[in-house]
Design a protein around this ligand. Structure first.
Ligand SMILES: Cc1cc2nc3c(=O)[nH]c(=O)nc-3n(C[C@H](O)[C@H](O)[C@H](O)COP(=O)(O)OP(=O)(O)OC[C@H]3O[C@@H](n4cnc5c(N)ncnc54)[C@H](O)[C@@H]3O)c2cc1C
Length: 558
C-alpha cells in the first residue's frame, strides 16, 4: 500500500539499537537465502508494508533504506522501532497467526525482500540457527512490546471486575495492550465521548482494526486478536488434546512431530498454571530458571511449528463417545471429533473460605503472581497464603517490589516446600513468614487495605496491612465438564491404568487399560488432572509425551 510520506517518519530517524537479541542483523548468506525464497522490490517513503488488523502473510527483510514500526500511524505516530539495512520485520503474531497491531511504514527509500510466510515456516522448520535467531527475536520483541504498552486499547475503571477480567485474559495470552484507566486518566472521558461510548458501557476495547468492543467476552476478544487457529477443525483427527498447559502442549507437540493430526482446545491461554509462574527453577536445562510464560510460549510456538492446531479461547463443555470416535463439544458451539483424546485440563487453586473474598477477587485477591499482578501492587504490603512451592515462589517474586508476609497454617515451612526455596525465603528480609496463621477477614471499601489473621495456637487475632492477597492453597481438578462419564478418585482427579479395577474397567471388555488410559478406551489423562500425578511441569510434559506413544498403541489395536 502506498501513502503520502508521513512527516513524522522522515528519513534520518535513528535506527533502534538491539536489545537482548530483539533486533539482530542478517549476514550476507542469510540474506541470499531469503532473496531466493522471496522477491526484492523497491520501496518509497510512506509505503505501508503491513497495517493493524491484517493477518500477516509476508515476512520482510530490509535490503536498504529504513522502515519504522509505528503505533497509531497517522494519528499518534508513536515510533516503536526503526529498522535499517539487513534487519527483518515482524514479531510473534506473524508466526502464531494473530492480528497485526502496529504499522510497518517505509521512512527512507530503498528495497525490501518480501518472503511468503509459508517459505519462512520452511526456513524455521529446517534450519536450527535461523529458527533460534528469528523466533528468539520475535519473542524478545513481544516482551519489549508488552513492557512498552502497545497494541489494542482497553478503557475502563480499575475497580471494575470486567476490566480486570479483560486485563487478566490479555496478560495470560501475552498480548501487549494500552490500559486507559477512567479513574485517573484525564483524556479517558474525552476519548470515550469521541467514540460515542457511555461510561456505563465500559470496559471497552479498541481493537487493532478500529473495531470497538463493549465489554467483550473472552471469545469475542480472542476473535478480535486473532488468537488460535482460525480454520475449522478437521472432520476426524487422530488426537484431540483438551487443555494447553505443559501436559497438553507436550502431548500436542510430540503427537504432531510424529505425524499424527492434532487438534488442541484451550479455555483461556496456552501455558496453564505454569504460564502464571514468575520463575521455574527446577525445570531441566535452565540453570538460571525460566519464567513460566517464556517456557510455555516457546512450547506453543514449537507445537505450531510441527503443525499442531489450537482452538482458543474455547472451553470443552461435554464429551460424547462411541467406539473409536470421540466428540468434544466446545463453549463456542464447535464440535471436534477425534479417534483418541488426551485430557490435560489440569487443576486450579482452591479458594479459602473467607467472607467477602469474591468482592476483592481480581482486584486485591489473586491466584497467580505474574508481572501483571506485581505491577498493580508495587511498593504496597502484600500477603501470600500457602505453604507449597508456588506460594514460596510467589513470595520471592513479589518481595522484589513489595514487603511480603507469607501465611502458613503449620509451624514448619519445610513441610511442603522444597529446601532450596525455604532457604531463599528465610534469607529474604522483605519476606516475613507468619507461622500458625489463618486468614479470618478481609478489610476495605472498594480496595483491599488490610486483613485479620488468627494464630491457631493462641487464638490471638491481628490486623495486618495488605493491599493484595495471593492465594496458593492446593488445587482441585478441571473435570466437572466430563459430567461423571470417566472414573475419578474422591477428589475428582481422573483414574488411569492400574488404578482402575472391577466395574471401572467395564468398557475394556477384559483387556487391561494402557498406562495413562482412563476408564474409557482411547481417552488418556495426563498432568495435574490425573489421579496420583506429581504436580510438576516436568512430569506434566513427560506424561504428555508418553501418552503419544500409548496413542500409537491404541490406534494400532484391532
Ligand atoms: C504459580 C505456580 C508456580 C508453579 N511453579 C512450579 C515450578 O517451579 N516447578 C514445577 O515443576 N511446577 C510448578 N508449578 C506446578 C505446575 O505449573 C503444574 O504442575 C503444571 O502446570 C501442570 O500442568 P498441566 O498441563 O497438567 O495443567 P495446567 O497447567 O493446569 O493446564 C491446564 C490447562 O487446561 C485448560 N483447561 C481447563 N479446563 C478446560 C476445559 N474444560 N476446556 C479447555 N481447556 C481447559 C486450562 O485453562 C489450562 O490452560 C507451579 C504452579 C503454579 C500455579
Amino acid at each position: 500500500m502506498s501513502a503520502a510520506p508521513n512527516d513524522a517518519l522522515g528519513a534520518g530517524l535513528p535506527e533502534t539499537p538491539d536489545h537482548n537479541g530483539a533486533f539482530p542483523r542478517l549476514d550476507e548468506e542469510q540474506l541470499e537465502r531469503f532473496r531466493r525464497l522471496g522477491r526484492v522490490r523497491a520501496v518509497e517513503p510512506g509505503e505501508i508494508l503491513f497495517a493493524p488488523g491484517e493477518r500477516g502473510d509476508a515476512f520482510f527483510v530490509v535490503e536498504s533504506g529504513s522502515v519504522a514500526i509505528v503505533q497509531g500511524y497517522g494519528a499518534e505516530d508513536r515510533i516503536i522501532a526503526v529498522h535499517g539495512a539487513h534487519r527483518f520485520l515482524g514479531e510473534l503474531s506473524l508466526i502464531v497467526g494473530q492480528r497485526i497491531y502496529l504499522t510497518g511504514a517505509v521512512c527512507e527509500a530503498g528495497a525490501v525482500i518480501e518472503v511468503p510466510l509459508q517459505a519462512l515456516w520452511g526456513v524455521v522448520a529446517e534450519d536450527k540457527a535461523m529458527s533460534d535467531l528469528i523466533l528468539g527475536a520475535f519473542m524478545a520483541r513481544r516482551a519489549l512490546l508488552i513492557g512498552l504498552g502497545t497494541g489494542i486499547k482497553v478503557i475502563g475503571s480499575r475497580f471494575s471486575s470486567d476490566s480486570r477480567r479483560l486485563r487478566e485474559f490479555l496478560a495470560r495470552n501475552q498480548m501487549p495492550y494500552i490500559w486507559i484507566d477512567l479513574e485517573d486518566d484525564d483524556q479517558a472521558e474525552g476519548l470515550l465521548s469521541g467514540l460515542g461510548v457511555a461510561a456505563a458501557e465500559t470496559p471497552v476495547v479498541i481493537a487493532s482494526d478500529g473495531q470497538i468492543l463493549r465489554n467483550p467476552n473472552s471469545a469475542e476478544l480472542g476473535e478480535a486478536l486473532g488468537l488460535g487457529t482460525r480454520a475449522p477443525p478437521p472432520v476426524l483427527c487422530d488426537v484431540i488434546v483438551v487443555g494447553a498447559g505443559p501436559a497438553g502442549l507436550g502431548a500436542a507437540l510430540y503427537a504432531a512431530s510424529e505425524g499424527l493430526s492434532v487438534q488442541g482446545v484451550e479455555a483461556t491461554a496456552p501455558g496453564g498454571q505454569a504460564g502464571t509462574s514468575s520463575r521455574i527453577e527446577n525445570y531441566l536445562g535452565f540453570p538460571a530458571g525460566i519464567s513460566g510464560h517464556e517456557l510455555t510460549q516457546r512450547a506453543f510456538v514449537q507445537a505450531g511449528k510441527f503443525g499442531a492446531r489450537l482452538t482458543t479461547p474455547a472451553e470443552a463443555v461435554a464429551l460424547h463417545s462411541e467406539p473409536g470416535r470421540h466428540e468434544i463439544e466446545l463453549s463456542n458451539g464447535i464440535r471436534v471429533t477425534g479417534r483418541t483424546v488426551v485430557i490435560a485440563t489440569g487443576a486450579q487453586y482452591r479458594r479459602p473460605q473467607v467472607a467477602r473474598l469474591d468482592e476483592f477477587e481480581g482486584g486485591g485477591v489473586y491466584y497467580a503472581a505474574t508481572q501483571a499482578e506485581a505491577q498493580l501492587c508495587s511498593g504496597d504490603p502484600v500477603a501470600v497464603i500457602g505453604g507449597g512451592n508456588s506460594a514460596g515462589q510467589a513470595a520471592m517474586f513479589l518481595s522484589e517490589t513489595s514487603p511480603c508476609r507469607l501465611l502458613i497454617r503449620g509451624g514448619d515451612l519445610g513441610k511442603s516446600m522444597s529446601r532450596y526455596l525455604v532457604d531463599q525465603v528465610e534469607r529474604n528480609d522483605a519476606i516475613e513468614v507468619c507461622a500458625h496463621s489463618e486468614l479470618v477477614e478481609l478489610h476495605g471499601e472498594r480496595e483491599l487495605v488490610a486483613m485479620t489473621i488468627r494464630d491457631n495456637r493462641s487464638d490471638e487475632h491481628t490486623r495486618i496491612p495488605a493491599t493484595a492477597l495471593f492465594v496458593f492453597v492446593g488445587a482441585s481438578p478441571h473435570t466437572e465438564w466430563l459430567a461423571g462419564q470417566l472414573e475419578t478418585d474422591k477428589g475428582g482427579f481422573l483414574l488411569t491404568g492400574r488404578e482402575l479395577d472391577g466395574d471401572q474397567l467395564a468398557e475394556f471388555e477384559g483387556e487391561p487399560p494402557l498406562f495413562l488410559e482412563t476408564s474409557r478406551p482411547g481417552i488418556f489423562a495426563v498432568g495435574d488432572v490425573r489421579s496420583g500425578s506429581i504436580k510438576r511441569v516436568a512430569s506434566a510434559v513427560g506424561e504428555g509425551s508418553m501418552a503419544v506413544r500409548l496413542i500409537h498403541e491404541r490406534l494400532a489395536a484391532p
